[in-house]
Design a binder for this molecule. Sequence first.
Ligand SMILES: Nc1ncnc2c1ncn2[C@@H]1O[C@H](COP(=O)(O)OP(=O)(O)OP(=O)(O)O)[C@@H](O)[C@H]1O
Length: 252
Amino acid sequence: MAAQQMPSGSPVASEPDADGLRVDGLNAWYGQAQILHGVSLDVGPGEIIALLGRNGAGKTTTLRAIMGLVRRSARQLAFRGADIGPMPPFAIARRGLGYVPEDRRIFTDLTVDENLEAGRQPPRPGAPQWTPERLFELFPNLGRMRGRPGGAMSGGEQQMLAIARTLMGNPYMVLLDEPAEGLAPRLVEDMAAALLTLKREGLSLLVAEQNLNFARLLADRAHVLAGGATHFSGTMAELDADPAVRDALLAV
Ligand SMILES: Nc1ncnc2c1ncn2[C@@H]1O[C@H](COP(=O)(O)OP(=O)(O)OP(=O)(O)O)[C@@H](O)[C@H]1O
């Protein structure tokens, strides 16, 4: 049960992680309704962290709150050593924190190439650098349809394009909302392989996910949300070793 109460796997709990993301006591509201009640999580440099929980547990709201897209407050909201709590969304993105929402938001009238150009930002020191050619190695499907409008692509292809467009901004870390949702089984494996390649390149990922099997393919550690709060933080092995927590908090 020890793993339930505190983030484990991270040797330093008191020092803010200068290179990573540290969220402590995050609250968020839609209008008058408080949706998050003290979410705490951390993502270290080069880690893939799963943000797990059932439908409505607060995963999407957590990602949106980190990006400043919903009204929120927190004891600590630090990215690469900076307090991002007071920053508007564009300033957070400019610091190298990318976000791929669940609904993808690609430009349906623009081609694959044009969508990628729309995401281009200057290189960042120490962050992996991306070009369309490198991204087509990562997502070969996209390379075969460079002139195709986004609106004429399948859901899975649009998901890959949304990720690729975010990578054109050369981020240090990306928040991904259910990247495998609605993908055919073969594409789920391709997506997992692509995300593991990103990790090898040095990118950190926080992946909101309902599918525990997909999370197992990728994640070093997991945070599990229920009712807008963190109920478990630990390694995937610790989560698997605690079937009661797993079954209570996740749809398995
Ligand atoms: N725009 C909104 N206005 C009011 N309440 C909302 C809004 N969006 C989400 N909620 C509520 O906030 C809670 C958390 O939703 P959220 O989308 O963050 O959960 P989730 O874990 O991402 O689930 P899902 O997998 O279904 O997306 C739910 O009770 C939901 O009904």
